[in-house]
Write a protein that binds this ligand. Structure first.
Ligand code: CUA
Length: 347
């Protein structure tokens, strides 16, 4: 699947091999370094090919220019006597020299322009490719909403997608919108950056070539919790993905053992912002909690989703993520525990 530019030559192949050789070996569930030099999706591969070509051209220019400078320093480091050939001849107004240093850079810039333009057109798809999974991504201050449309569920901060089958054009097609300010969706191993702009829909497609966990981050400053806008992408095999979808489509678990916590939750203002499908909670300002326990982080990466951190979060989110929209509900410790007991059943 990985294509290489013929022009990129042996040097870039060597550098690419070195870069992929340096890839950390990861246990399942842990992510590789989120580096654009470890592409795991078609658009990211296209971008890396262009990057190597540009680095290669710049390296050749650097070596030639520095070589000439060093040569001139050594060759003319002291005044030469008449018997050594005297001063180097000075050249004024030479048409061939002027032409050379105008035309050569022009040609280089033109080649870079063509290669970049080709890459941009290849990556820019305004229509979803046939058979794509379509997901609407909404950037919020400061979390991500993933709406799976026809599949009938919404989740937050963790995007689950299927692996592209070999030789098939099927991909994941993202439609990016913002609920407030400009954000930028960036998962370096899967695709380039794409701005998420209020009032318009931008597009991005992914064609993941390896199952695993990939880390991304909002890449446009969007306020004081900009750094806590983590994106985690899980690329699953087809069967795994089908299982995940099946679970997400279910309504929230009803567990009589935590009825007290559920009733408490349903009697607070929590339900104005959060949805828990199958209950009266149907707010849309905040993350859907129907399957909260299928996620590994809270507050878009501000804390791990562990029982202790969940209690701290519900007690007062402002301690963990100052400035976020969720206020402390002024619950007692006892009430916080009951509500968290309930939330922990939402698998
Ligand atoms: Cu959203 Cu930075």
């Amino acid at each position: 699947m990985r294509r290489a530019f013929v022009a990129s030559g042996w040097m870039m192949s060597l550098l690419a091999a070195t870069a992929s050789g340096a890839a950390p070996v990861c246990a399942p569930g842990t992510a590789e370094m989120p580096s654009m030099f470890l592409p795991r999706s078609e658009p990211a591969e296209i971008i890396l090919d262009i990057t190597w070509l540009i680095i290669g051209i710049c390296a050749v220019i650097f070596i030639v220019m520095e070589g000439l400078i060093v040569w001139a320093i050594i060759r003319y480091r002291k005044k030469r006597s008449e018997s050594e050939g005297g001063e180097p001849p000075q050249v004024y107004g030479s048409n061939p020299v002027e032409l050379a240093w105008t035309v050569i850079p022009l040609l280089i810039v033109f080649v870079l322009f063509l290669v970049s333009a080709r890459g941009i057109f290849e990556i820019d798809k305004q229509e979803p490719p046939p058979g794509s999974l379509e997901v609407t991504v909404v950037g919020h201050r400061w979390w991500w909403e993933f709406d799976y449309g026809d599949l009938g569920f919404v989740t937050a901060n963790e995007l689950h997608i299927p692996l592209t089958k070999d030789g098939e054009p099927q991909s994941v097609y993202l439609m990016l919108e913002s609920a407030d300010v400009i954000h930028s969706f960036w998962v370096p191993q899967l695709a380039g950056k794409m701005d998420v702009v209020p009032g318009r829909i931008n597009h991005l497609w992914l064609q993941p070539s390896r199952a695993g966990k990939y880390i991304g981050q909002c890449a446009e400053y969007c306020g004081n919790q900009h750094a806590n806008m983590l994106i985690t992408v899980y690329v699953h095999t087809e069967e795994e993905f089908a299982r995940w979808v099946e679970n997400q489509q279910k309504e929230a678990v009803e567990d009589a053992a935590v009825a007290e916590g559920r009733d408490l939750f349903m009697s607070t203002a929590c339900i104005n912002c959060h949805t828990i499908r199958g209950t009266v909670a149907d707010g849309t300002f905040a993350p859907d909690l129907t399957h909260l326990m299928s996620r590994s982080v809270l507050g878009a990466g501000a804390a791990a989703n562990t029982p202790d951190r969940l209690r701290e979060w519900v007690w007062d989110p402002q301690n963990i993520k100052p400035g976020c929209d969720m206020p402390s509900m002024k619950l007692s410790r006892e009430e916080t525990d009951r509500i968290c007991d309930y939330l922990e059943t939402l698998k």
